[in-house]
Design a protein around this ligand. Structure first.
Ligand code: SF4
Length: 323
C-alpha cells in the first residue's frame, strides 16, 4: 500500500482549479516551503489575489489588506513572508517591528502606490489647510507617514464618516474616492491614481456578461469605475465579496476583481458557477512558489523602514485599526 504524501492531501483542495498534470511541479516546491517554514519559525501571509497553490497550499493566513494588517499584529512567529505586494509587506513590518518581514520579489509593486509621492501630499496639505488626509493602504510607508489616517476598501466609508467633517482628501484611488463620495455625501478631494486591474472593467462588459450568463450575480470591487459599480448587485472589498458569496450562495456569480480571487472562491465553493473574466495583476503575479522558497532559504528580501517614516506611518495605520 502506498502512503499518502502531505501534498497529496493538499491537492484535494485545489484539484478543481489545478490540472493534475501541473501538480507535481507545485508539490515539490510546496513540500520544501512547508519544511522551511518549520525550520525558520515563519508564517506566510497571502493576499486574496495570490494563486491557488500559494493561497490554499502554503499560506498560514489569507485575506484582504485589512485582514492581513490585523493578523500581522497577532503573529507569533519570528519571520513573516508576505505573499502580496510591497506596500503590504511594509504594513506588516510597521505593525511588527521586532519581526523579520520578507517580500519574495522587491519588484512586486502597485499602480496605485506608484501614482503618488510624499511631496504630493505635502502640496495637497498646503493647498487645503485643515482638510484631513485619508490614505488608502495601497501606498508606500512614506506616503502614509504624511497622512492623518489610513483606510482600506473594506473600511473606507467608516473611516471617512468617523472624521465627522464635510470635506476630506481621500487618495490616491480616484474611483474608490468617487464611490465613497457617492455613498457618504462627503465632499471628497481625490487624486488620479487607478488600479490597473480594476480600471479595465467597463459597464458594457457587465451588461454583456449578464446577457451571456442568465441569472448572473455581479460583485464589484470599489476600485472599479463608478459606472461599473452602479451596474453591480454588490460592491465591496475582496473580503466583502467572499462573505457575500458565503452568505447568499448564488448559483452563478462573477467577481469583478483580480483573476486569482475568482479561482480561490471557486476552490472554496465548487458547487457555484464562478464566471471568470480575467484581469491579472502583474505585480501580484511576481510572487511564486519558487521565490517564496528562495525567500525562506536565503532569508531575502527583508523589508526595512526608516524610523523617521515608520513612526508617523504606523500612527496613521493604528488610527484606522482603532476604529
Ligand atoms: S490589483 Fe490593483 S490595487 Fe492590487 S496590487 Fe495590483 S495594481 Fe495594486
Amino acid at each position: 500500500m502506498d502512503a499518502l504524501a502531505p501534498t497529496d492531501l493538499l491537492y484535494e483542495r485545489v484539484r478543481h482549479v489545478i490540472p493534475a498534470i501541473e501538480w507535481p511541479v507545485f508539490a515539490d516546491e510546496i513540500a520544501a516551503i512547508l519544511a522551511l517554514k518549520r525550520q525558520r519559525n515563519a508564517v506566510i501571509l497571502a493576499h486574496n489575489y495570490q494563486t491557488p497553490e500559494i493561497f490554499h497550499c502554503v499560506a498560514d493566513i489569507v485575506g484582504d489588506s485589512l485582514a492581513l494588517a490585523r493578523e500581522a499584529m497577532r503573529v507569533d512567529a519570528d519571520v513573516i513572508v508576505l505573499a502580496g505586494v510591497h506596500f503590504m509587506a511594509e504594513t506588516a513590518k510597521l505593525l511588527n517591528q521586532a519581526k523579520t518581514v520578507l517580500i519574495p520579489d522587491t519588484q512586486a509593486g502597485c499602480s496605485l502606490a506608484a501614482s503618488i509621492t510624499p511631496a504630493d501630499l505635502r502640496l495637497l496639505r498646503a493647498r487645503y489647510p485643515g482638510v484631513p488626509i485619508v490614505t488608502y493602504v495601497n501606498t508606500s510607508a512614506a506616503v502614509k507617514a504624511e497622512s492623518d489616517i489610513c483606510c482600506t476598501s473594506g473600511n473606507a466609508r467608516r473611516v471617512v464618516e468617523s472624521l465627522g467633517v464635510p470635506r476630506v482628501i481621500l487618495l490616491p484611488d480616484e474611483y474608490l474616492a468617487r464611490n465613497i463620495a457617492a455613498e457618504t455625501g462627503v465632499n471628497i478631494i481625490t487624486w488620479t491614481g487607478h488600479c490597473e486591474v480594476h480600471e479595465r472593467f467597463t459597464a458594457a462588459e457587465v451588461r454583456q456578461l449578464r446577457a451571456d450568463y442568465p441569472g448572473l450575480i455581479v460583485l464589484a470591487h470599489p476600485e472599479c469605475p463608478p459606472d461599473v459599480v452602479a451596474e453591480a448587485d454588490y460592491a465591496g472589498s475582496t473580503a466583502g465579496m467572499t462573505d457575500y458569496v458565503g452568505r447568499h450562495l448564488p448559483p452563478r456569480v462573477v467577481l469583478l476583481t483580480e483573476c486569482s480571487m475568482s479561482d480561490n472562491v471557486a476552490v472554496q465553493y465548487p458547487a457555484i458557477d464562478v464566471v471568470r473574466p480575467c484581469n491579472l495583476c502583474p505585480h501580484m503575479k511576481r510572487i511564486t512558489l519558487a521565490n517564496i522558497r528562495s525567500a525562506l532559504e536565503e532569508m531575502q528580501h527583508e523589508v526595512i523602514i526608516d524610523p523617521a517614516i515608520a513612526t508617523p506611518a504606523r500612527r496613521a495605520i493604528e488610527r484606522m485599526l482603532a476604529l
